[in-house]
Design a protein around this ligand. Sequence first.
Ligand code: ARG
Length: 456
Amino acid sequence: MKLWGGRFSKSTDALVDDFNSSIRFDARMYAQDIKGSMAHANMLGKQGIIDKSDSELIVKTLSEILKEIEDGRIEFEIDAEDIHMNIEKILISKIGDVGKRLHTGRSRNDQVALDIRMYLRDECDNLSAMLKNLQKTILTLAENNIDTIMPGYTHLQKAQPITLAHHVMAYFEMFKRDTQRLTDCRKRINVMPLGSGALAGTTYNLDREFVCEQLGFDSITQNSLDGVSDRDFVCELAFCLSMIMMHLSRFSEEIILWSSHEFSFIELDDAFSTGSSIMPQKKNPDVAELARGKTGRVYGSLMGLLTVMKGLPLAYNKDMQEDKEQIFDALDTVKMCLPVFSNMLATMNVKKESMLKGAKGGFTNATDVADYLVKKGLPFRDAHAVVGKMVAYCIEKDTVIDALSLDEFKEFSSIFEDDIYTAISLDTCVNQRKLTGGPAKETMQKIITKYKGELQ
Ligand code: ARG
């Protein structure tokens, strides 16, 4: 019989049992469920709501159940519906009537809210650790490529020379913000809902603060209706995950481009590439492609969650059981992507010569030619026009600006002197851009050192 079967005269249809059941996907919250129940039982005993000896037996048995689950000695039942009732049923099978006292002053509605909060806060910590590893990989890559000049792009057209260090450190900033976002999201996750009951709280003299402290929460929920029906934090986490994926996906796109024959900026390690079943020459960047592709499913989870919640009246509705597969899938996906992506970066071979060659073409120093004229007194708009003409001339002649003779320079403006050549060398273009945020070696060194310290 169901734990809630008292008012029913028929057993549940087998299809409904299967349809209703969430044990297939909420079983992963077993440890949170048990720890939450232990804290609840301790509190019931402390408050004299149940006998101290009963609460002690419940806690002891729950810890045995936890061990049995961890040892793989327990099989959950579909018709016990979810992880909460499975564990309660096992408890009752072991200690009978004493076990039946555990659910005093509690509803599955506040219980599931508690469990998912505990589960997700741990996952925030796991994700932060993974992001930290990725950030470390990026820092090492940056350190090794502080002098690796490459073209920077806008519109995927060559724009100005930068370094690979500068480029990858842009991603460091993104993952840094992702970490901050997770830390912030965790604050809203870490609020303790037990005591909300089914929706209207309870008449028992529960000590909510005690449970809060025992379970390591920062505070308790302030409205019982909201306590059981709030899934904002799940949506918020799904957004944080989506943002991480968006960043991974942009980075992946560049890895894919860079490893193409046309760019040849990098070569992925064999261990992080795959071949083709028909074309013997192929070496494909599948890891990056999959990370890019999996972004879609994480966005899907975010949309799914927001849509599940959008029409729900207060308070708990069974629709909310749909939160778990979405957020778990999003979490699993991101947790799978982060380490493999990080290792792919760590092992890839940077083709510094190709990057340099890329920076030499496409007139990436044209802005610096204009700036040269400006520094010698020409208004910027006039300088821009002069250099525009020079570029057109070079395209016509199939050459680059730095290959022009001083006489040719002077045909465009008498201001040019022979210091123009150093002024527009790639080294100058990169290393004179030393404002905070710029690609200059000394600027990059400073920020890398700073972030290395922060990650310690
Ligand atoms: N399995 C349910 C969920 O995930 C637990 C809460 C069920 N509450 C209820 N009143 N049926 O949301």
